[in-house]
Design a protein around this ligand. Structure first.
Ligand code: GAP
Length: 436
């Protein structure tokens, strides 16, 4: 088996479409730039990613509550958060070919990469929020925005959650949900999108503990990526320089992944201080401070945030697991997904439809028990293996003529292609062991 691992964005995009992970939105109408639909296999993979994230938070043993905020949000939130004023990117156009760029993405002393002319407009600031209108009357009070981050839904609900759940500082509120940014130049497939999902956790703590919790959360979040099988040498933590920090943050570290197009942010971890709660107190006039029974005084909690995009993680997982090798003179593509992330943990394949009944029965039983398993009885065994390799299925069980005699099956490993014989009674235990 000769190794030849070379992943490119083009190969991933093609695999995603071919196997039903991701499709361009409105493909049959020519697509919509920066937005994508998730296909059946992608939906399963995403579900597993969300579950892994939730589990990793629960495994900390900390008090973390989950919520889901609305996508449509009033202007007041974004005035308070600073997004209305500051959530913008510099934009520049080529006056010759009308191509638009993020000004910080290109060198303006050089010609337009699209047409080769040097004729730039002034650099303007472009606010990335999608503006909309709620209700039939269009006036100042009907203005709303699609949220550009899920975090603010958490901050504005901080007191609601605290009052209705009897939790004490320190605790976290976590959320998985859609965010929208009208990116000037969406690019690299799922890396920079206009509609995407975030998995965010806001950790509310006493001011003097925030720095320590920031370090703790950096360590927890970095460990998460090793746990879900990402190669440790392609993950690093990078602390922001002072001039890179967002307006709300006193310290930020990014978990970065080494994509084929360079080291890029996968997740942001920020010490937001009391910026958000203080601003919402100021703009709403509501008291969001917490009373401390021990010291008999009130304080505004500080916040450590962890924020990762589900879609960006999805892309990362695909890059990291993509593998090619040569088998019998042909290129074999496989996704070496962690068994708990793989859309299907196993596939069941009878050598012939005539002897399928026992395997079909086990397959049905396992499905009823909630295992994600597939049944495939068409085409040559070699082709069926390739199909499963490409969608990352860790195990394939085949039932052959010998199985009829000895009640055993062959189990084949996706990564090593090693095969072993096990008794039919052992199948569920084998799957359980693989899931860990
Ligand atoms: N609440 C903090 C916040 O939203 P961010 O660094 O702007 O911080 C957090 O975003 C994460 O969301 C990023 O690390 C990335 O994983 C994801 N993300 C941000 N913009 C994205 C986009 N346009 N497309 C896909 N994912 C994006």
């Amino acid at each position: 088996m000769a190794e030849q691992t070379s992943v490119t964005l083009e190969k991933l995009v093609a695999l995603c479409k071919r196997r039903g992970f991701v499709y361009q939105t409105a493909d049959i109408y020519g697509g919509l730039n920066g937005v994508y639909d998730t296909g059946p296999l992608g939906t399963l993979l995403k579900r597993n990613l969300r579950n892994a994230w939730i589990k990793s938070l629960e495994a900390t043993g900390y008090d973390i509550l989950f919520m889901e905020g609305s996508v449509i949000t009033p202007e007041a939130i974004w005035e308070a958060s600073g997004h209305l004023e500051g959530f913008q990117d510099p934009m520049v156009d080529c006056t010759f070919c009308k191509h638009r760029y993020r000004a910080d993405d290109i060198d303006l002393s050089k010609p337009c990469p699209h047409c080769g002319n040097t004729a730039w407009t002034e650099v303007r600031q472009f606010n990335l929020m999608f503006k909309t209108q709620v209700g039939a009357a269009a006036d100042a009070t009907s203005v709303a925005y699609l949220r550009p981050e899920t975090a603010q839904s958490i901050f504005v609900n901080f007191k609601n959650v605290m009052n209705s759940n009897r939790v004490k500082i320190p605790f976290g509120i976590a959320q998985i949900g859609k965010a929208f940014r009208n990116e000037i130049t969406p690019k690299q497939f799922l890396f920079r999108m206009r509609e995407f999902e975030q998995m965010e956790m806001e950790w509310f703590c006493r001011p003097e503990t925030a720095e320590e919790f920031f370090r703790i959360w950096c360590a927890i979040r970095k460990a998460f990526y090793a746990d879900i099988g990402i190669a440790p040498e392609r993950i690093r933590l990078r602390a922001h320089e002072k001039d890179e920090l967002s307006h709300y943050s006193s310290e930020t570290s990014d978990v970065e992944y080494q994509f084929p197009f360079g080291w890029k942010e996968l997740e942001g971890i920020a010490n937001r201080g009391n910026f958000d709660l203080s601003r919402h107190m100021e703009f709403s006039g509501k008291d969001l401070a917490v009373y401390d029974d021990d010291t008999k005084s009130a304080f505004v909690p500080h916040v450590v945030e962890t924020s990762v995009g589900t879609d960006r993680l999805f892309l990362t997982i695909l890059f990291d697991s993509y593998h090619e090798d040569t088998v019998e003179g042909e290129t074999r593509t496989s996704l070496r997904l962690h068994p708990r992330l793989a859309p299907y943990i196993a596939a069941f394949m009878p050598l012939s439809k005539k002897i399928a009944a026992p395997l079909e029965k086990i397959y049905g039983e396992l499905r009823q028990k909630g295992y994600m398993v597939q049944y495939d009885d068409s085409g040559s065994i070699g082709k069926r293996y390739r199909r499963q390799d490409e969608i990352g299925t860790p195990l394939c069980f085949t039932y052959d003529f010998e199985s009829e005699q000895d009640s055993s099956v062959t189990v084949r490993n996706r990564d090593t292609m090693a095969q072993e014989r096990i008794s039919i009674d052992q199948i569920e235990a084998y799957i359980k062991k693989t899931l860990g």
